[in-house]
Design a binder for this molecule. Structure first.
Ligand code: AMP
Length: 512
């Protein structure tokens, strides 16, 4: 048998192993307590849709976003609808019954991250749990929000604390929500409230020292990615379920298309050039990649490996790679604060990989993707381990190995010592790319010169118009001793800190 055929066979077996029967993958299949799921406002129908009787108890859920069924087994619902979860044992997708809305009385699967228990704080339209200060500003200043729009979020700086962000004449003001020993909440000590709901209700009626009376909750942006494409934890999916719509680009491994899964769901499809790697290695790595989920990391949904070319199905990012995005913009629309914010997002995704003890190995602007509103997500983590091919001189052979030389830390080039700290080095280069709007690093040097001069202490000078603090971060990432380089957690914190230093929004003691 040809090596390639053997490899393919291995892969098919491996893929079959991943498709465990549902009872196995679900763990202890204890039938979940029938809970209820609900969905939120925005329904403008004049006559209310028929509703199923709402079960008593505190297990009713509210849908936070609209969801359109992707398979015959799914339920469609709208934000504000109520749903009863009949079986939650699968984790990311629950079997539920719609109590209200277009699917009232029907049963089917729903994505668990689209709903929240109806009586919980998560079901409040104004609660944006893990939204960072910076994201709160972005959300509140986005189209659709008016003066007085607000949200409450968990404070970044003090865990367990909450912050109130309010849109005031186009600017966002932030207030700390503090708690007394008896658990009561307050913004100003002379007015305390037993619950957050009461606090919101009070400041919706009176501004009472706030910059504005609270009006509409901040509009939620896009619905989050579902965890996986559907309730079936499908890993190997039939090629026929994917329709390629248009070519988005070509990369080192093959071409990338915008595609449609099951005729319902937009996805990106990476098609791999035959023979780029051993599929068995790829499948093993991809199985790990699939489990790594974070808002700043591209989600790997599924693969088609039974025939060549292999397809890798991931979430779709409408603005393509960060490198192209920066080069196209050249500073026309993106300001320094956008650049820092994008860098902070990459650091956040990488901080998650750091926590998982996972190494990217090829962090660069070409491997970061951009969505709406400058959202950045790190892509292709781990792939460099399974294939490294030459592309436009970026990956250059050195003693039989191929590296993106200008992005790779010296210990990785010289001793093949890849670690999260070599990723930190690459992050410093990525910062250079961001600040220069996608210039090639070490512009006047060849790869060979870079390999020669870095161990002798040479480092790129600060690019023009680069704030000193940013160049300080780059230099920290390029410390020779990798242990002296910062962690991604610190990098994230330092980059996000740029915005906390903005004093324009602190103008009285209760704000920060
Ligand atoms: P790559 O093979 O990863 O280098 O990708 C080649 C090009 O395809 C990139 O430069 C992007 O413009 C585009 N691309 C790759 N992945 C995606 C995705 N998930 N969503 C949208 N565009 C993508």
């Amino acid at each position: 048998m040809e090596i390639r055929e053997k490899c393919l066979l291995c892969c098919q077996r491996l893929a079959a192993c991943f498709q465990k029967p549902r009872s196995e993958t679900d763990g202890t299949a204890v039938p979940a307590r029938p809970d209820i799921v609900v969905v939120i406002p925005g329904q403008t129908t004049s006559s209310p849709p028929p509703s199923a009787p709402i079960p008593a108890g505190n297990s009713v859920y509210l849908a936070l976003y609209d969801y359109t069924a992707r398979t015959k087994e799914d339920l469609s619902f709208m934000a504000g609808d109520k749903l009863e979860a009949l079986d939650k044992s699968a984790g990311d997708w629950w079997h539920a019954r719609a109590l209200t809305g277009v699917s009232a009385s029907k049963q089917g699967y729903i994505p668990a991250n689209y709903v929240a228990p109806v009586e919980s704080i998560d079901a409040e339209l104004w609660y944006f749990a893990d939204t960072k200060r910076l994201d709160a500003e972005k959300l509140l200043t986005a189209a659709g929000n008016r003066h007085g729009a607000f949200l409450i979020r968990n404070s970044e700086s003090q865990s367990g604390e909450l912050s109130l962000s309010v849109l005031d004449q186009g600017k966002v003001k932030h207030y700390k929500i503090r708690r007394l020993d008896n658990g009561h909440y307050y913004v100003s000590r002379n007015k305390t409230f037993e619950t957050l709901k009461e606090l919101v209700s009070h400041y919706s009626r009176y501004d009472d020292g706030l910059c504005a009376r609270l009006q509409e909750p901040c509009k939620k942006m896009e619905a989050p990615q579902t965890n996986g494409l559907s309730y079936k934890d499908q890993w190997e999916i039939p090629r026929s379920s994917i329709r390629l719509l248009r070519r988005l680009g070509a990369g080192q491994f093959g071409e990338v298309y915008e595609g449609l899964w099951n005729n319902t769901t937009a996805v990106a499809v990476k098609t791999l050039k035959p023979g780029t790697m051993c599929q068995q290695d790829f499948l093993r790595e991809a199985q790990i990649m699939k489990k790594i989920r974070h808002p700043k990391l591209i989600q790997l949904y599924a693969v088609c490996t039974v025939e060549e070319p292999i397809y890798i199905i991931t979430e779709l990012m409408h603005n393509g790679s960060l490198l192209e995005f920066l080069q196209k913009d050249k500073g026309s629309r993106l300001s320094l604060s956008h650049q820092i914010e994008m860098a902070a997002q990459v650091a956040s995704g990488m901080a998650f990989l750091e926590l998982q003890n996972y190494i990217h190995r090829d962090l660069a602007a070409r491997n970061v993707l951009v969505g709406e509103n400058n959202i950045c997500k790190v892509a292709d983590f781990g792939l460099a381990r399974v294939f490294m091919v030459e592309s436009e001189n970026i990956y250059e052979a050195k003693e039989g190995t191929k590296f993106p030389v200008k992005w790779t830390a010296p210990e990785a080039i010289n001793d093949n010592k890849f670690s999260i700290k070599s990723d930190v080095w690459s992050f410093g280069i990525l910062l250079y790319e961001i600040i220069t709007f996608g210039q090639m690093p070490y512009p006047a040097m060849t790869n060979y010169q870079v390999v020669q001069r870095i161990p002798m202490g040479y480092r790129m000078p600060a690019p023009p118009h680069c704030p000193k603090v940013m160049y300080d971060i780059m230099q920290d990432c390029w410390k020779e001793n990798e242990q002296e380089r910062p962690t991604f957690e610190t990098l994230q914190w330092r980059l996000e800190g740029f915005f906390d230093m903005d004093v324009s929004s602190y103008d009285d003691a209760s704000r920060y």
